[in-house]
Design a protein around this ligand. Sequence first.
Ligand SMILES: CC(C)(COP(=O)(O)OP(=O)(O)OC[C@H]1O[C@@H](n2cnc3c(N)ncnc32)[C@H](O)[C@@H]1OP(=O)(O)O)[C@@H](O)C(=O)NCCC(=O)NCCS
Length: 311
Amino acid sequence: MINELLKKATWLNNEDIRPYVFVRHENEIAQPGSFHKLDWFKQKPIFKDPLDITEIAFADRIYSLEERAFGPSNMAMPRWVFYDCAVMPGFVAGFAARPKVLSKLVREVLDPKKYPASLSPIKTSKVLKEIESLDEMDWVPLSLFIIIPTMHKGEWVAHNLCSVNSLLPKEEQFYGLGFLSKAFGLWYANVEQCSGMTQWGSPALKLHSHYGHLEVIGAYAPVHSHAKTITYRVQVNTHCWEKFFNKEIDLAFLEHYGPTGTFIDPKSEESMLDFQQRIEREEGPFFLSAGEIAQKKLEDKLMIYQMKQQY
Ligand SMILES: CC(C)(COP(=O)(O)OP(=O)(O)OC[C@H]1O[C@@H](n2cnc3c(N)ncnc32)[C@H](O)[C@@H]1OP(=O)(O)O)[C@@H](O)C(=O)NCCC(=O)NCCS
């Protein structure tokens, strides 16, 4: 599979693009990559310490990327949320590049002068070093995946996923960057169960559904600032990961789950509420098919599946 992966994500072969881990020392993973058997991430990750103030430029590039990707949906992450709710309890993973290997356009999109991070103290501080150009950085982050452990043993929450691809035209994109950023984080931290939240109709669902069979644990979230949010959980299974690239049918999914004959409509709040009520009545568990999500348009209705022995 690694060869097939490298055919599509050619940038993964580049020595100057490496996975990174932005983690405080106390949160470092003891035996990274020891649970899931996978040969995708051979390059040694770059370590950055968020509590080291000389690394502020790295954090600011993460912010700048994130606020442009999530700004349009009014969900840009405030700096204190990144610090209090991400860096302190969990860690950030992703891919970073040596500035010299980036194309003119990618450099422009990541340029610290053109796109400074909001509210960064780097501009006014007498101690922190302001970066004039990307070339002053050893590594520039291209993506971010934030994952936080929960009180439920073995379960983590995927809090944020973002890739520079969302700011680039297709021909300049790093295929699979968003997908592989989350894959790397899950593999690295030996994550067995991963929950997460995303908005119905988001392209991110194409990615999130490929890390293991996706159970819908919430179809409507009025507590969230965006009520039209799906809350999901997967038992992480690396056999599903390669299907993101090779688009093969997931026979294990079809063997275990069958269609309920009912759909969730990502354009209809009523459909979300109906689905939510079925979940609350404990008629589930309910699942979505990654293969189907991959084939459909973002706004299309999706079949709701159930385990075959539930019939
Ligand atoms: C969603 C996001 C993380 C995806 O990462 P990415 O690096 O662009 O995507 P990848 O290269 O890993 O995956 C490519 C696949 O996703 C699909 N995809 C990515 N963005 C898409 C979009 N806007 N619309 C439709 N499909 C999209 C591609 O078509 C491709 O699928 P294919 O193999 O069937 O062609 C990225 O677009 C992003 O940062 N978006 C803004 C922030 C956001 O919404 N984050 C998710 C919150 S949960």
